[in-house]
Write a new protein. Structure first.
Lengths: 300, 296, 360
């Protein structure tokens, strides 16, 4: 996140060395790999790149699958995130701290472990296996399973964005709305939502990036059936295993492109968030000085 | 004699005529939506977090202590834990140190392109791990951009332990940086100036004044990096070669067992990994709380 | 509309905010809840508004029991201490909010909001956002917003607390005029006694969750019911004395106190307001009459029209503070400087007898 420099000279030899070192680290670890994705993907020309993506039915399916699974998972998490943040930020109740720590669990659990847990419930030999077989519902090795796994790993992302914002804004505006006669939905729609919109968007953008890129949990849950349950990251791996590096790079480049778009969106939203809080601060001090000078002629 | 105004004994307050009976009641909530939000939240948390992990643990427990031990502590799994833990620790240390450098530069030094560098730090957060793994292995093999120089020098970045560490550093670097950066930004420069005026050299100032102030953040960054690295799967799968006993991490072993339908072993190893993760989560939370308190 | 509050008790965890508080607010009154922080005044206000619910007790509006009623159905106008304006809505939409949630037709909304903007002297600012307004302007928007729904009672939580002194004074006067114009029952919370006295028809002094006294500003200042009230309002010198046979004695100076006619002497506290003490040159006559106290001047300071003299009564180690108008000080035949000898005569004093077992 861009910071205000409390910084100093950039021209002393030590500073130059430090900057060079930092640039070197970031360059080597991040920029070089990122650049090479695009290079390798387009090494044989744009036409070959396009063909790798569009002419392979399994790859096409993988793209389509990613584009349907990720938004659904993100939608579920948005609803969850808003509800959970409202609950935790506005109310006090026994078990609240425990609940908050549950929100962090998907962050720390390995995605493979998460996928395995889902298999143990929904798989053929899982807890609900017989029931699901009887209902003829397929969850593991099928689209719903992918959604569940993706929802799990992205669970914290929206709610963790919203809680600090809602806590720092405080419930006063919502209380005011209630005292003026607003119903629950009116309060949420007219007062809460406008106040959290940028934080919400930030969370959604992050969740979407994570959802599209999820590998481990989806790997376990999908059965890895090409053309049926391979999302884009899984497709990258499958192509890699089949020694089809250029095709693998092509798909990877799409994902990398999406990642860059995510970063740009994130950057823009973060600027908005900061601008809003700076505006509030400036207005506050302006207001105080206005009161000093202005004799408030309107107060007759 | 001097007139006085009035006076009285200490009064507890004007006595009001008792009227309608006061009664005890339960509180209603002033803000709306408790019921709905509680329902949604608990539904999702229970069914998606609590329930699955509980089933996992119970399934492992159903093996019995002996069975569990047998499943979780095979030679191959021991090797996998070792690889996972050691590579994660090495990566976390590297991330912390490199992260400190980058955070320092971003927070303290003004240079052209600073904003760009700052934005680039977030790339590993947004980039799918599979892409990272793919590309790292492509770079460090013999014919790769970097491999072409490194392999002749004997540095095998791909299909090796080093590769695992490299890729774990990639995914954990942003965590190390973003925890330390704000702390450096909010350091009180005056104390450093005071030290310099008192005659301390730049190194001394850094070691004695700055480092103690940012150490909690660095430690927290280390813990976060470690937590992130421990669970990583997607990128490692591409670059490690997944050689049992050598470069196989625990998550890879779990998947291997699953594909053999050896559910018991997979579950047991998963529970061990889960235990490590939860323990780390507790530590990280405690550290972050301490950090937040220090900031006030 | 009148409000009756009966034996309201409210605790937050183990902290008792209100202890069996009862209060009547007659229709059309402008009433101040005055007290230090932690006295429970804001809690009481919020309970009346429905923003908190009491543990025990009941509230009636015009005889109707509204204790169980939710805030949104109470038809109260509440003005928050920090305004709580909807930051993403314009001034117009802020004021219109209560009308919009009641599905008021658009032209009616427009008419009413314009009316209110005129009332609070903010015409033409309807398009601005709260962040573009000064503190005083925001406060007036908050007021207009609360008034828009034609509430039966107006509740204000430290309405001027966050403003500069000058604006505070102006807005205070403006609010009083507004109340006189509209005549709505209003209750406001403040810790500033000057504000309470200037604005309110009645003042309710609160402390530690209880009401110490309920009366007109004059009542409360001139006839404080408890030491707390006397101490909280204005400055006061407190001395130990004793009462017997219908008289209180302060440093030997007798003070009529018919409330204690008993012969048995008792400990008492004597409260003297600095501006109710007189200074005069020390003459032997006054001292022999036993109506004044010889003292030495310790410090003199001028605070505008008042001169504050800190004195040390002879034979006591407690300082006594005397406030006299500066004009009067000039005409005294004493050179008021440290070390000068003076005689202090109390014009008025209040006596309080400690001890819960003592009842008049």
């Amino acid at each position: 996140m861009p910071a205000k420099p409390t910084t100093t000279a950039s021209s002393t030899p030590l500073s130059v060395a430090l900057v060079a070192a930092a640039v070197g680290v970031v360059g080597l670890l991040i920029v070089v790999p990122l650049a090479s994705v695009f290079y390798e993907a387009f090494a044989r020309g744009t036409k070959a790149w396009w063909e790798a993506l569009a002419h392979d039915p399994d790859t096409r399916h993988a793209i389509w699958l990613s584009l349907t699974v990720a938004p659904v998972a993100v939608a579920i998490n948005t609803v969850f995130g808003v509800a959970a943040a409202w609950l935790v930020a506005r109310f006090r109740f026994p078990g609240r701290s425990l609940l908050i720590s549950f929100f962090d669990v998907p962050f720390s659990v390995s995605p493979v472990v998460a996928g395995l847990a889902l298999v143990l419930i929904f798989g053929r030999q899982g807890l609900l296996g017989p029931t699901l077989a009887w209902l003829d519902w397929k969850i593991i090795f099928s689209w719903p399973g992918l959604v569940l796994a993706t929802t799990f790993v992205t669970l914290p992302l929206v709610v963790r964005e919203l809680i600090p914002v809602m806590e720092s804004i405080g419930p006063e505006e919502e209380m005011a709305a209630v005292s003026l006669g607003a119903s629950g939905w009116q309060v949420f729609w007219h007062v809460t939502l406008p106040n959290i919109r940028w934080a919400l968007l930030h969370g959604i953008v992050l969740a979407n990036a994570r959802a599209m890129g999820e590998f481990g949990a989806v790997y376990v849950v999908s059965g890895h059936i090409a053309g049926a349950t391979d999302t884009m990251p899984l497709r990258v791996e499958k192509l890699f295993q089949e020694y089809r590096q250029p095709a693998s790079m092509a798909v990877a480049s799409v994902l990398a492109g999406l990642a860059l778009i995510t970063l740009v969106a994130k950057f823009v939203i973060e600027r908005r968030l900061e601008a809003e809080s700076r505006e509030l601060e400036a207005a506050r001090s302006l207001a105080d000085s206005l009161d000093h000078n202005n004799v408030e002629g309107a107060v007759a | 004699m001097i007139a006085i105004a009035d006076s009285s004994a200490f009064a507890a307050g004007p006595r009001q005529p008792a009227s309608a009976a006061p009664r005890r009641r339960r509180h209603a909530a002033v803000l709306p939506g408790f019921g709905t939000s509680a329902a949604i939240t608990s539904l999702v948390v229970l069914s998606l977090v609590v329930f699955p992990l509980a089933v996992l643990v119970l399934r492992a427990a159903s093996l019995g202590p002996a069975g569990f031990f047998e499943a979780a502590w095979t030679p191959r799994s021991r090797a996998a834990y070792a690889v996972s833990l050691s590579a994660s620790v090495v990566a976390a240390v590297a991330s912390s140190l490199l992260g400190l450098l980058v955070a320092w530069v971003l927070a303290r030094i003004e240079f052209p392109g600073r904003r760009l560098l700052d934005a680039l730090v977030d790339v590993p957060l947004a980039l799918p791990t599979a892409v990272a793994g793919l590309v790292y292995s492509a770079i460090y093999v013999k014919k790769g951009w970097l491999g072409q120089w490194l392999v002749p020098l004997g540095i095998q970045g791909a299909y090796s332990y080093l590769g695992i560490v490299l890729v774990l550093v990639f995914v954990s670097l942003p965590f190390a940086i973003r925890v330390v950066q704000p702390v450096i930004e909010s350091l009180d420069r005056d104390t450093e100036e005071a030290a310099r005026i008192l005659g301390a050299s730049r190194t001394q100032t850094f070691l004695r004044v700055v480092l103690p102030a940012i150490l909690p953040a660095v430690v927290t960054g280390f813990a976060l990096s470690l937590a992130r690295a421990l669970g990583e799967y997607g990128s490692v799968v591409f670059i490690s070669g997944n050689m049992p006993f050598k470069t196989e991490i625990a998550p890879v072993l779990i998947v291997a067992r699953l594909e053999e339908f050896a559910y018991a072993e997979a579950t047991a190893i998963a529970v061990v990994l889960l235990g490590m993760s939860i323990a780390l989560l507790v530590v990280v939370n405690a550290l972050q709380q301490r950090l937040a308190r220090n900031a006030q | 509309m009148s409000i009756h509050v009966r034996e309201i008790t409210k605790s937050f965890g183990s902290y008792r905010a209100l202890d069996s508080v009862s209060l009547d607010v007659p229709d059309g009154t402008l009433l101040a809840l005055l007290g230090p922080s932690g006295s429970g005044k804001t809690t009481l206000l919020r309970i009346i508004a429905g923003l908190e619910f009491p543990d025990e007790g009941l509230i009636e509006e015009d005889g109707e029991d509204i204790t169980e009623r939710h805030a949104r159905q109470r038809e109260v106008g509440f003005v928050f201490q920090h305004y709580a304006l909807f930051r993403h809505m314009s001034v117009f939409e802020n004021i219109a909010f209560g009308l919009r949630v009641r599905k008021t037709p658009n032209d009616e909304v427009r008419r009413r909001v314009e009316e209110l903007l005129h009332l609070v002297r903010l015409e033409g600012l309807g398009g601005r956002k709260p962040s573009q307004l000064s503190g005083g302007q925001r406060q007036r928007v908050a007021l207009a917003r609360a008034l828009a729904i034609r509430p039966k009672i107006l509740l204000l939580d430290e309405p001027f607390g966050a403003l500069d002194a000058k604006v505070r004074v102006e807005l205070r006067q403006w609010l009083r005029r507004l109340h006189d114009e509209i005549g709505m029952t209003s209750v406001f919370v403040t810790h500033d006694q000057e504000e309470a006295f200037e604005l309110a028809d009645r003042v309710v002094v609160m402390n530690h969750g209880k009401i110490e006294q309920n009366g007109t500003p004059d009542d409360v200042f001139d006839h404080p019911a408890t030491p707390f009230v006397m101490d909280f309002l204005g400055n006061v010198n407190v001395y130990h004395g004793r009462v017997e046979n219908g008289r209180a004695f302060w440093h030997g100076i007798p003070i009529d106190y018919p409330e204690y006619p008993h012969a048995q002497a008792r400990e008492a506290r004597v409260y003297l307001r600095p501006h109710e003490l007189e200074l005069s040159p020390p003459t032997a006559v006054a001292n022999r009459l036993g109506t004044s106290l010889p003292a030495s001047v310790l410090r003199v300071s001028r605070a505008g029209a008042i001169t504050r003299v800190a004195c040390q009564p002879h034979g006591s180690d407690q300082e006594l503070h005397v406030d006299i108008p500066t004009e009067t000080a000039r005409h005294l035949q004493i050179n008021l400087e440290p070390g000068a000898h003076v005689a202090i005569t109390p014009r008025r004093a209040r006596v309080f007898i400690p001890g819960p077992e003592y009842v008049i």
